[in-house]
Design a protein around this ligand. Structure first.
Ligand SMILES: NC(=O)c1ccc[n+]([C@@H]2O[C@H](COP(=O)([O-])OP(=O)(O)OC[C@H]3O[C@@H](n4cnc5c(N)ncnc54)[C@H](OP(=O)(O)O)[C@@H]3O)[C@@H](O)[C@H]2O)c1
Length: 392
């Protein structure tokens, strides 16, 4: 039985993880869980999974829950932020927190030598070489939960790196794959939140529509598999059945296929180094089945080019890309920025430069804060300009 600490239990990946735990209760136990501020289901989870502790990161939500459930809180609630959960003995962490907030959890788990099933791609994107340096010699393993990276992990495991030519990530292309860029300024958050193949949290869904998610994933793949960006390709594959491919030097290409179901990579990451036995995502070849692949339109979607630029530039530029995108996506969802504004904001922050490498956690925090401030300034300046034009 493996004891698991689940961060981000109330999110989309968190829900899929609980479903894996429910169906494989003989293999994994929920030792503890953390949320930011969603506490509505905590009582149910205590009844079903009997975790030993819960952490509620947001102080006001923590105190509100303590007041509402004094007996449960006295027994189970940890004082302190989400990372407090890491003091419990456990075999594995699953980090399903969204955004930069996930990095601290991964860093602290690595410091304790724990294996991390990593859905939070921002840990690698923002932590970069600072995280990788700490991983070396820690005894921890980063086990990818992102479906493309889990697929690559499976395709590459036990394979001689000298036989590999290129890594290929697939992208659904998002809901605006065919929409001319001229129509993009009228895209609403509701339209952008309608992903054609996956059901995910709001930030990653918008990132899938802009392809910034794929940009983050190119960065994640380059760091996780130590492959330079020029040997990582992206292919649009609208059916989301093939998650990644590995082109070998002999000319052949290996592909990993499964129907879109995040429980498969979650189960694989929880089971590693054993092989998962669950059957999640099994393709039904008894039905008519078609697949297509096409190149990315990099003119309409500059996101991948910006991510590649960050990988070439190094330092904290990938962290800045992530921070600018987080701020821009939040502004778009709140109706303060139009869809093309997400690309413009990220580009403006990257154009500002000044991304020297981080030597400490405080450097990472400061770089993240600076990029967020630059992004917020860009957004308010552009909304000020748009208002003036509308008033004129
Ligand atoms: N969804 C997918 O299918 C998918 C696929 C591949 C990779 N990923 C990656 O997985 C991560 C999670 O994505 P998601 O779609 O599951 O996001 P989501 O539905 O928005 O859920 C995010 C979770 O993170 C929690 N959280 C946020 N800040 C926190 C903090 N400071 N401390 C503790 N918990 C915190 C949230 O808690 P509250 O509810 O309390 O706010 C929530 O449980 C992202 O990095 C995403 O890129 C997701």
């Amino acid at each position: 039985m493996k004891d698991l600490l689940l961060f981000g239990a109330s999110g989309s990946i968190g829900g899929s993880t609980l479903s894996v735990l429910r169906e494989h209760s003989g293999e994994f136990a929920l030792a503890g869980l953390a949320v930011n501020r969603s506490t509505a289901e905590l009582e149910d989870w205590f009844a079903e999974f009997s975790p030993r502790k819960v952490a509620i990161d947001d102080l006001s939500a923590r105190e509100a829950w303590r007041e509402l459930h004094p007996n449960l809180a006295a027994r189970y609630l940890l004082d302190g932020p989400a990372e407090a959960l890491l003091d419990l003995p456990a075999h594995r962490v699953l980090n399903a927190v969204t955004g930069f907030a996930g990095l601290k959890i991964t860093l602290e788990a690595v410091e304790r030598g724990l294996d991390v099933a990593l859905a939070n791609k921002e840990s690698l994107v923002c932590g970069g070489s600072y995280l990788l340096d700490r991983l070396t010699g820690s005894g921890s393993h980063l086990l990818p939960v992102d479906s493309e990276h889990a697929a690559l992990f499976q395709l590459l495991e036990g394979r001689d790196p000298d036989t590999i030519d290129r890594l290929i990530l697939t992208a659904s292309g998002g809901p605006f794959r065919k929409l001319p860029a001229g129509d993009w300024s009228s895209i609403t958050p509701e339209q952008a939140l309608r992903h054609p193949t996956w059901n995910m949290g709001p930030r990653i869904t918008i990132d899938s529509a802009t392809l910034f998610n794929k940009g983050l994933e190119v960065i994640e793949a380059a760091l996780l598999f130590a492959v330079p960006e020029e040997r990582i390709d992206v292919l649009v594959h609208p059916q989301s059945q093939v998650h990644a491919l590995v082109a070998l030097k002999d000319g052949s290409t290996l592909a990993q296929m499964a129907s879109p179901d995040m429980r498969l990579p979650i189960h694989q990451a929880l089971a590693w180094p054993e092989k998962a036995v669950g059957g999640y995502g099994r393709n039904d070849f008894g039905k008519h089945f078609e697949m297509s692949f096409e190149p990315v339109d990099n003119d309409r979607f500059p996101s991948l080019g910006l991510a590649r630029q960050c990988l070439r530039q190094g330092g904290t530029s990938s962290l800045a890309l992530n921070a600018a995108d987080e701020v821009a996506v939040a502004a778009f969802l709140e109706g303060r920025l139009d869809f093309p504004g997400i690309f413009q904001t990220v580009k403006a922050v990257l154009d500002a430069g000044g991304f020297s490498a981080a030597g400490s956690w405080n450097d990472l925090l400061a770089a993240d804060q600076r990029a967020r401030t630059l992004a917020a300034e860009h957004i308010s300046a552009s909304s000020g300009r748009a208002k003036k034009e509308a008033d004129a």
